[in-house]
Design a protein around this ligand. Structure first.
Ligand code: AMP
Ligand code: ZN
Length: 471
């Protein structure tokens, strides 16, 4: 498989370093809010990478995807609502797991939390190794990484060393390329912040040390094969992860760096919690869209190109998937026995084309295109009566083969097994319920609510009106 490596800015042939096992780390969600569909673009694309490595390339994949459950943002937000950090982040981890299931992401082998004791200890040990190797200094109880001590600092992000201010340091987890400077590994205890002490003084980890330590602890030491995340992580997060890991171990941290481009809103701005223009997976589902359509949209553009999100694209994705499902259903109508050589040839070409597309730096739109060519060919063969029952089995196998990697058909089947009440009907029933309440016919209002609940739709009444959601 050929994969674009951000480290070399080249497409390279990927093979794992140790036998048939791919050791891969994905930077996971910062669990201070619900994940938005931009986050899920990255996670769905990386799920397809994982599946392609497993089912097309035949590798055994060991993947770690962390939860960032302590950083500047989680601390600020948990304090705002007065909840202990762990309790605050629990709710978003559980919501993330629901979204992951709805979008049909495979379970990964490890999902560590930064605040698990074993991970905090691993971070402490890595900082101790960095101190020993002369890469750190202390100031006011915090420990910083001195970037001038590591000649390769800036290689991933292609930093211009002339612009770096020597001696200046930065305490926040997230900052821009123009602010490249000594960054914090361990932050001294602040009033009201969580604090741990495993031997380097009381405090809490900086964001970057979390991933370096968890990746190496759970993936069996350097170098790991693939480190992945959204493109915004190249700097400072991944640059600093490299500095920490390589400064502590004097060995390459990760052989491949894979970065997924952003999902943008239709006016071209990045979807981001800080901009406040986010839609979550549940927002999309509550508007009556299928999870399978969302998964399809997220795969419809190559992962290294920006994806402009529109509501229209969801409707188109849904139609496209309906064509696949209709084609699969039509196969049941074939009764002619035996095989037709033309169909077998088309199936074979499609299987090969599909694998080639994904092996070419994970070309998901190309792979979807191959799937639709087969849909067209099969429909034409059914129309002409030139397909036999033996072909039908092969065609079905081919779609299963595609879907082991793309995962859109299986999610669509799950969507359809619990059909939501059509949105128009929900709106109509809500209107009737409102009218019943205003004429004080509460029995009728309750009957409508019960009917919706029974059909899987929950209602939430508030001063602003009634909201509905899937149960
Ligand atoms: P965060 O919760 O901010 O740490 O982000 C979790 C993952 O989502 C990271 O890999 C980010 O790079 C990625 N991400 C954040 N925003 C977007 C976006 N608009 N499009 C694609 N990926 C994103
Ligand atoms: Zn990370």
């Amino acid at each position: 498989m050929r994969l674009y490596n951000t480290l070399t800015r080249c497409e390279e042939l990927f093979t794992p370093q140790r036998g048939r096992q791919v050791r891969m780390y994905t930077c996971g969600l910062t669990v201070y809010a619900h994940g938005h569909i931009g986050n899920f673009r990255t996670f769905v694309c990386l799920d397809v990478l994982r599946r392609a490595l497993k089912y097309l390339e035949g590798y055994d994949v060991r993947q770690v995807m962390n939860y960032t459950d302590v950083d500047d943002r989680t601390i600020v937000e948990s304090r705002k609502v007065g909840l202990p950090l762990r309790e605050y982040t629990d709710q978003y981890i559980s919501a993330f797991q629901d979204d992951v299931a709805r979008l049909g992401l495979e379970s990964v082998e490890e999902t560590p939390r930064a605040t698990d004791e074993a991970n905090l200890r691993a971070m402490t040990e890595m900082i101790q190794a960095l101190e020993k190797n002369g890469h750190t200094y202390r100031s006011d109880g915090s420990i910083y990484f001195k970037i001038s001590t590591l000649p390769q600092y800036g290689l991933l992000a292609r930093l211009d060393h002339d612009g770096i201010k020597p001696g200046a340091r930065v305490d926040s987890d997230r900052y821009g390329k123009e602010d490249a400077r000594d960054f914090v590994l361990w932050k001294a205890t602040q009033p009201g912040e969580p604090t741990w002490d495993f031997g380097i003084g009381p405090g809490r980890p900086g964001w970057h040390i979390e991933c370096s330590a968890m990746a190496l602890r759970l993936l069996g030491g350097p170098p790991i094969d693939i480190h992945a995340g959204g493109v915004d992580l190249v700097f400072p997060h991944h640059e600093n992860e490299i500095a920490q890991s390589e400064g502590a171990n004097s060995a390459q941290f990760s052989r491949f760096w894979v970065h997924v481009e952003h999902l943008l809103m239709d006016k071209g701005e990045k979807m981001s919690k800080s901009v406040g223009n986010v839609f979550t997976v549940r927002d999309v589902l509550e508007k009556g869209h299928r999870a399978s359509a969302l998964r399809y949209v997220l795969l419809s553009v190559h992962y290294r190109k920006q994806l402009k999100f529109t509501w229209d694209s969801l409707a188109q994705a849904d139609e496209a998937l309906t064509r696949v499902m209709d084609c699969l259903a039509r196969l049941d109508t074939v009764t002619r026995p035996g095989a037709q050589p033309e169909v077998a040839k088309k199936v074979e070409t499609a299987r090969r084309g599909f694998a080639e597309m994904l092996a070419a730096d994970l070309n998901t739109p190309g792979a979807l295109g191959v799937m639709f060519e087969l849909v067209r060919a099969v429909n034409a063969a059914i129309d002409a009566g030139e397909i036999g029952t033996t072909d039908v089995a092969e065609v079905r196998n081919a779609f299963e083969y595609f879907d082991r990697v793309l995962g859109v058909i299986s999610v669509r089947r799950t969507d359809d097994s619990a059909p939501p009440v059509p949105v128009d009907e929900i709106e109509r029933l809500l209107g009737e319920r409102k009218a019943a309440r205003s004429r004080r016919d509460f029995a009728e209002a309750d009957r409508i609510r019960d009917e919706l609940v029974e059909r899987g739709i929950a209602l939430e009444d508030s001063a602003g009106g009634t909201r509905w959601k899937r149960k």
